[in-house]
Write a new protein. Structure first.
Length: 165
């Protein structure tokens, strides 16, 4: 199993930022742990509960569609997509994982709203549980990435408004 993600810039406050979390219900117990990790990370960085919207979808395949709807609303500084895809006996899981990853990436690229990928792709249940709160919680990592991207967006926006010297 891969280790934890690189640490993001975590000293800044998320106060005043709004986040949309799209969570897949398939493998709900594991997804719930991802959600708990994400919400805890956002709260730890000053994001208020009222500025966090959680939307549940049936599975990881549906994450991009709802993320796109939230991004187009322009109500959120960043989105966090959380889900679990575990290898099965057929190639179906590969298709779901690929479509989820490509779709989530497309949302961010096409709308300009940072969209974090917090979808676990695992060989088995044991790996999925380990990535949802064992040594790492991919939900927490996705939330930290979303926070960092929201801050970066602010920084870039401020710099682009300055006049060249």
């Amino acid at each position: 199993m891969a280790g934890p993600a690189a640490r993001s810039e975590t000293r800044r406050s998320g106060s005043g930022k709004r986040f949309g979390l799209v969570v897949a219900r398939f493998h709900e117990a594991i997804s719930t742990r991802l959600l708990e990790g994400a919400v805890e990370a956002l709260s730890r960085h000053g994001v208020r509960e009222k500025d966090i919207r959680v939307v549940w979808v049936p599975g990881s395949f549906e994450l991009p569609q709802v993320a796109l709807t939230l991004a187009r609303s322009r109500r959120y500084h960043a989105l966090i997509c959380l889900g679990v895809v575990i290898r099965g006996e057929t190639p179906h899981w590969e298709h779901v994982a690929r479509i989820a990853a490509e779709g989530i990436s497309h949302v961010g690229l096409s709308t300009g709203i940072p969209t974090a990928f917090g979808v676990i792709t695992a060989e088995n249940q044991e790996q999925a549980w380990a990535r949802s709160g064992g040594k790492v919680n991919r939900g927490e990592e996705a939330a930290l990435a979303a926070l960092e991207m929201a801050w970066l967006g602010d920084d870039l926006s401020r710099r682009s408004k300055r006049r060249p010297r």
